[in-house]
Design a protein around this ligand. Structure first.
Ligand code: BGC
Length: 926
């Protein structure tokens, strides 16, 4: 028996006649030539074939038998039409005029990308040249223009969040927007406000602004206003729940379906959707739906999220575009509210097959998609173009002047197709600004204010140029000291800052995380280069460098000779399509990487003098192993500083700038302290082949979790030191309005969406014109004559209309949500010896044990939540009054029962003002 089994499976040479076995199994017919029958090769081949079939069947059983469960995300139909808001009315009137003249394929062209690498940008829509509507160039990303030359590599979102400075948020957006326009970009793919940062390990948290919806919302809104002030359409991304990279999209992680983020209605509103609501209120022109599923319905075909929350409740007037290949269905996604598919490719990259293009045309012709849906899709795109003034902007007239696919001047026009037509694709336009408008200055200011001073024993920082502490009374003579700079993260990459794809490497200093949110650095000033200039190297400071994180015995000896040791460590992460070593986009733990832990241990033990630690990181890191060591005098978290990294750091170390950054997340002592939400799902199991990420912690992420469970973090959300000190006094709480449970009834729309002829156009109008040369894999809107013959009209019964949300009525939602109920003022005084900037933070606590008298709901409230903040510059000894408003939405929670925001009218609402989420000296109630 045993012999027989092994013979069949592996070996025909031990006497068993493989050909006979195959014959008996019916694997080949009797008439096959003898040589083929006996061939061992055929036997192996057959075994391989059988193996593959079994494997495939197995995989099918494993994955497909567990299709996403249905019905967990409520339906919302039909898709609300754009043009219902006064603020957009003129643009809609112009757009309607243009769209009314478009043919069916022209309308489809506006909504469908022309395919991966078919134009100059990462995404390009089809043009309607006849009417003067261009192919739109869509380009990443949140921190600079991706795949472009002569641009600025601004600090990443997380650094911007750490500034807590609204003006800088706006200025960075504005400079970024101007660069986009000068490169010919119509739609900038940023800012990023999802992930919010549910897990501190999330691979793309650094693209956004921090683990709190209000910080994310304010930073996003300011960025959007800045970008759009330059006439470029901003994109709020990724809508929504893309909180981890593992399994974020179909096929990338070898599973046919993406992860499902299972989020309840209240958590969605109060946490993950909040910054998007702010973005819509700020007038954002585009929103990008994410790869993942939400409640087991893909975000890009989820009618509740797109039709319901975004378009009805938030009153979004722009267009929803898919993340790249996030569209997973044709008709369903169209009806659910998707307006643009990117990059046009369908279920797979670059195979020339799309879910829209000719398929969308067909679905209109056969009646499965109503004509007015397509009209609305096209109108939303054209209206956003008018809304930003792109129709008249001479800078956008000629399209993009750079190519994402080559650095050469001459290159392929349609790099993704077989077409060999070449032309000038790179004009190398310098868009970095100059003189007072040099964008590097903005980048440097953000990097400076994004540095968080975590520890500074006895005012050890700032330093003199001779390496001693400015606070030291004994050692400030001209004579310098031995200063050691340790760690690969201090030094420039010898192969240049762009030596690896989309910045996916961590061998040398990091200025950003990796992925589509990274750019080609025009330059990257490393800490070492700037510090070399800062220290009076030649005359007094003996500077030694230790570039490897693994210190040799000789290095350790030298370490003991140093009187000042500056240690640089980092923690990197990025987007799901790239991995560095064992860091598969999401981080594995909170530790610094690349032997940084050992480096820290060695230097903090062996340094002959004082130690200053500098951390570049995509998120919180554990600093428990060294933070309390007496030699560690100062610790700086420099986040991800962009091109001006070293200069900004030297400004802070040397005291020409006073640190004013505050933590945009909690620095916990261990990963466990963040609770179960911190865990990234990294495996599929037979039980969960479509990973289910249940957001059971609800609102309790980051500091809300720490506060709720009374866990002491190392440094709390909002924390940061300064070289001066500040005090708060004189809290006043002005009650402008009496509490009332619900906002005013939803108001009527302030404008009427345009109307169109709903008749289905003739099939002939959609047939591929003979005059067009068809490029391989390029996505066209036309159907072939033979497909045209197969079209049969289908009568589709439309689902009953979903009632409109009482929380809607205008961009940003019901305007009454933004009524100011309370105004809080306080006096902040600079009590120290230096000029500096204070960040004053306002938190509220909704009443404990609250029961809604009408619905009898007993919602749980986080201990406190951030609701407002302001940053003020104060000279030493100076004081000022800060002023912060609280709106109805700020003072409400989302009731899933009422489907509305509810302000608790029973019990006190606590108001606390201070310098961090746990340093709140002023307290009062409303
Ligand atoms: C990312 C998006 C990005 C797009 C285009 C996707 O993989 O998730 O953030 O905008 O690629 O580069």
């Amino acid at each position: 028996m045993g012999r027989l089994r092994s013979s069949i499976l592996i070996d025909a040479s031990d006497g068993f006649d493989c050909s006979m076995a195959l014959r008996l199994m019916g694997a080949y017919p009797a008439w096959w030539p003898r040589w083929l029958r006996l061939s061992k090769f055929v036997c192996y081949l057959f075994a391989l074939f059988v193996g593959c079939v079994v494997l495939l069947i197995g995989l099918n059983l494993f994955f497909f038998w567990r299709a996403p469960p249905d019905g967990q995300s409520p339906a919302f139909y039909p898709s609300p039409k754009g043009g219902s808001a006064r603020e957009w009315a003129d643009s809609y009137a112009k757009a309607a005029k243009m769209v009314r003249q478009m043919t069916l394929p022209e309308k489809v062209n506006v909504t469908t990308g022309i395919g991966w690498m078919m134009g100059m940008c990462v995404g390009n829509t089809g043009p309607v040249e006849r009417l003067g509507f261009p192919s739109l160039c869509l380009q990443d990303g949140p921190l600079g223009i991706r795949f472009a030359d002569n641009i600025t590599a601004f600090p990443a979102g997380i650094t911007v969040g750490a500034t807590w400075n609204r003006e800088l948020m706006y200025e960075r957006g504005k400079a970024h927007g101007l660069e986009a326009k000068l490169k010919g970009v119509n739609v900038l793919l940023g800012p990023c406000m999802g992930p919010v940062g549910r897990s501190p390990l999330g691979g793309r948290n650094w693209e956004g602004f921090g683990s709190d919806p209000v910080l994310q919302g304010i930073a996003s809104a300011e960025t959007i206003k800045g970008i759009q002030s330059q006439g470029v359409i901003a994109t709020a991304k990724h809508w929504v729940g893309n909180e981890q990279e593992h399994f974020r999209q179909s096929n990338e992680w070898l599973t046919p379906n993406a992860i499902s983020s299972n989020i309840d209605d209240r958590t969605l509103h109060e946490l993950y959707a909040w910054p998007f609501q702010d973005s819509v209120k700020a007038g954002v022109g585009s929103v990008m739906c994410s790869y993942n599923q939400v409640n087991n319905s893909y975000a890009c075909q989820n009618s509740k999220l797109m039709n319901g929350v975004l378009k009805d409740e938030f009153g979004f007037q722009g267009f929803i575009q898919s993340d790249w290949l996030a569209q997973r269905s044709g008709v369903s996604s169209t009806l659910a509210g998707l307006d643009v598919t990117m990059p046009g490719d369908g279920l797979w990259w670059a195979d020339g097959k799309t879910l829209w293009g000719p398929s969308l045309t067909t679905s209109i012709l056969n009646g499965s998609v109503p004509m007015d849906r397509l009209d609305d899709m096209a109108t939303r795109v054209v209206a956003a173009w008018y809304q930003m003034g792109q129709d008249t902007d001479p800078k956008l007239k000629d399209g993009p002047n750079f190519s994402s696919w080559t650095n050469q001047t001459i290159g392929l026009i349609h790099a993704g197709s077989d077409d060999q037509t070449k032309g000038v694709v790179n004009k190398f336009v310098n868009v970095q600004g100059e003189g007072v408008t040099f964008h590097s200055t903005v980048a440097r200011n953000v990097a400076i204010e994004g540095i968080v001073l975590l520890k500074n024993t006895d005012n050890f920082l700032p330093l003199n140029r001779n390496g001693t502490s400015q606070a030291s009374t004994t050692n400030t003579t001209a004579s310098g000291i031995n200063v050691g700079i340790f760690g690969s993260d201090a030094f420039p990459d010898p192969n240049g800052p762009n030596s690896c794809t989309d910045r996916a490497c961590m061998d040398w200093t990091i200025g950003s995380g990796w992925g589509s949110g990274a750019v080609e650095f025009p330059f990257l000033v490393s800490p070492y280069e700037a510090l070399q200039r800062f220290f009076n190297n030649h005359s007094t400071v003996e500077l030694s460098t230790f570039k490897s994180n693994k210190l040799t015995v000789a290095d350790l000896k030298d370490t003991a000779e140093q009187q000042l040791c500056l240690v640089f460590v980092m923690a990197d992460g990025g987007e799901g399509y790239l991995a560095v070593g064992d860091v598969k986009a999401d981080r594995n733990d909170l530790f610094v990487q690349k032997d940084g832990v050992a480096l820290l241990e060695n230097v903090t033990d062996k340094c002959g003098g004082d130690v200053v630690v500098v951390i570049h990181a995509v998120g919180p890191v554990s600093i428990e192993s060294f933070i309390d060591k007496p030699k560690v005098k100062a610790v700086l978290l420099a986040n991800l500083p962009g091109e001006e990294s070293g200069n900004a750091l030297a400004d802070i170390l040397g005291g020409t700038e006073n640190p004013s950054g505050r933590l945009p997340y909690t620095m916990g002592k261990s990963l466990d302290d963040y609770g179960p939400a911190a865990n990234i799902i990294r495996m599929v199991t037979p039980k969960q082949p479509i990973p289910q990420q249940d957001f059971t912690e609800g609102l309790l992420i980051d500091y809300r979790h720490f506060d709720h469970y009374n866990i002491t973090p190392r440094y709390e959300f909002g924390y940061g030191l300064s070289y001066t000190t500040f005090a708060l006094s004189n809290l006043t709480i002005h009650n402008y309005k009496l509490k009332s449970a619900l906002p005013d009834p939803r108001p009527n729309s302030t404008a009427n969406p345009p109307t169109y002829d709903t008749k289905i156009p003739s099939i002939d109008s959609a047939i591929f014109p003979l005059t067009i040369r068809q490029l391989k894999k390029y996505i066209y809107p036309y159907i072939t004559a033979s497909d045209a013959r197969k079209i049969k009209h289908i009568t589709v019964r439309q689902p009953p209309a979903t009632p409109l949300s009482p929380a809607g009525g205008a961009p940003g939602g019901n305007p009454s949500l933004y009524d100011i109920f309370v105004n809080v003022t306080a006096t902040v005084t600079n009590t120290g010896t230096r000029d500096g900037k204070a960040v004053v933070q306002l938190y509220i606590s909704l009443p404990t044990n609250f029961t809604d008298p009408e619905t009898h709901e007993t919602p749980m409230f986080p201990v406190r939540v951030l609701r407002n903040f302001t940053k003020v510059a104060l000279k030493k000894g100076e004081n000022t009054t800060v002023d912060m408003a609280l709106t109805r939405r700020d003072l409400s929670y989302w009731s899933a029962v009422r489907g509305n925001w509810v302000m608790p009218t029973v019990g006190d609402i606590g108001i606390a003002v201070g310098f961090s989420s746990r340093d709140l000296p002023l307290k009062g109630v409303y």
